[in-house]
Design a protein around this ligand. Sequence first.
Ligand SMILES: Cc1cc2nc3c(=O)[nH]c(=O)nc-3n(C[C@H](O)[C@H](O)[C@H](O)COP(=O)(O)OP(=O)(O)OC[C@H]3O[C@@H](n4cnc5c(N)ncnc54)[C@H](O)[C@@H]3O)c2cc1C
Length: 309
Amino acid sequence: MILTVLDDSPAALDVLAFAQSLGQPVEAVTFGGGDPDDLAKRGVSTLHRITSDELADYAPAASGEALLRLIEQVRPDGVLAVSSDRVTEAMAHAATLARLPLATNCVEVTTGDPWLLTRVRGGGMLLEEAELTADVALLTIAQGVSGEIGAGPVASCEVREFTPELTATQARVVERTSRGSGMTLATAPVIVSGGRGVGSADGYAVLEELAKRLGGVVGCSRVATNNGWRPHSDQVGLTGTKVTPELYLACGISGATQHWVGCMDSKVIMAVNTDPEAPLVRRANYAVIGDVHEVLPAIVKEIDSRSKT
Ligand SMILES: Cc1cc2nc3c(=O)[nH]c(=O)nc-3n(C[C@H](O)[C@H](O)[C@H](O)COP(=O)(O)OP(=O)(O)OC[C@H]3O[C@@H](n4cnc5c(N)ncnc54)[C@H](O)[C@@H]3O)c2cc1C
């Protein structure tokens, strides 16, 4: 039997169809939600609904522990989950507690011993063929992957409430603050992004000035967030935000793969770098070989002098 972990996103129904296409009975599990009538129409006869006061708010460790308790009870051959941030985090906690491997971002799956998997790696830059041997195969399915619904409708879907005793030390939400209005990295038409070459937190002042004049926002590489120069919400890349602006201006950024996968879908990329051989310089549409501390103030000055005339 395959257990599918669903949330309330449309992608969850893709995962359900994908699981059903693997030719095994499929049951569903949710953290509190799930529409049994809809699931019955989709051929699912059992919905395990995990309920607990501990799961009322964002609680990844508790969700993972609760999921593991359910897995121990129903003993599926595999667990397939939608690859949303929250469900993936719960799966990772379940896997850690159970000391089982977790294969994320699968796009092709063949059940068996071993399970044969194809996974998306490197932010979408490569496909990995993998074999997985485990008592229970824990997988997340990449967004956008679906399958033929294997089962016709069933008369009804039985809801089994599951309220486990939880012991994990919980991360708790203690405060919520709004992100504030205005542009974000995901929506900005222009991003002026800085890396190690900017040199310090103060060095970003000129990037802010330039972004303001170009109607954009400031982004950064992971070196900048690691050094505490910029908040993580500014980070572009594999473990930051994937961006698609009209113009991505990369200042003092070398263009490591993990950064490149976050900015490669920009319409136009311009690099400012002292190193003509830097990967980002070689891949950019335009490059200025020079020091960011000289090039950027000069651009700002030029924009200001043109806007006066
Ligand atoms: C699992 C994992 C996930 C990661 N995720 C991300 C991610 O999401 N985003 C990300 O950015 N990185 C990520 N990284 C880190 C990544 O591998 C690189 O280490 C990082 O992107 C390098 O940042 P950088 O280009 O600012 O620094 P560097 O690679 O050190 O490059 C600095 C560049 O600045 C140039 N330079 C120096 N001084 C000047 C100057 N005065 N003027 C002009 N140019 C100058 C240099 O020639 C060089 O090209 C990840 C790494 C791992 C292992």
